[in-house]
Design a protein around this ligand. Sequence first.
Ligand code: GAR
Length: 209
Amino acid sequence: RAKVAVLISGKGTNMAALLYASRQAGAAYEIVLVASNDPEAEGLRLAEAEGLATFALSHRGMARADHDAAMDRAVREAGAEYIALAGYMRILGTDFVSRWEGRMLNIHPSLLPKYPGLDTHARAIEAGDTHAGASVHLVTDDLDMGEVLGRAEVAILPGDTPETLAERVKLAEHQLYPRVLSEYAARPFDPDWLIARVRERAMALPEAE
Ligand code: GAR
């Protein structure tokens, strides 16, 4: 089974959904670490109670690169092959993102490419959209803009507030994320993808004399 580290900053309901799905027979992945930039994150307490390894390091007073490096170390030491961001509210730097390229997923509470960034539900309601939802995507340097691997739509009801809508979208997130992560972790090896990445890297190198 693929080994996954889940990064959280808050309640961790998506982490819980990923965990409980991973305990079903035939699951394609297992969670080897739950890590957070907030030692008080509610999800950490649940992860501990569920017997998962946890790692917490506040980002306060730390340079982004140093915090990212500490997270990276913890994730590698846990033996993770994939990272699932689940309400991780820190932007990760280029170094971290490129190290985990193609192996780091995020769940975002909108139907991407609509509404990257924050306050997604308020923006969808404000715009008069009939549907909101959530997307699971690969993480790239372009915030919330990596390849979308799966989406779940949720109707917006008259009288919905960002809070009532967020609650229903989370129900959809909890179904979506484990399915997409399982499919992604179990996908067949794609040599073309690897060749394309190696080419990109080579082109980014300075010209040899
Ligand atoms: C989820 O709704 C997730 O889509 C969102 O944070 C919530 C975390 O909830 N993520 C983002 O906004 C990322 N920018 P949880 O801690 O209960 O899983």
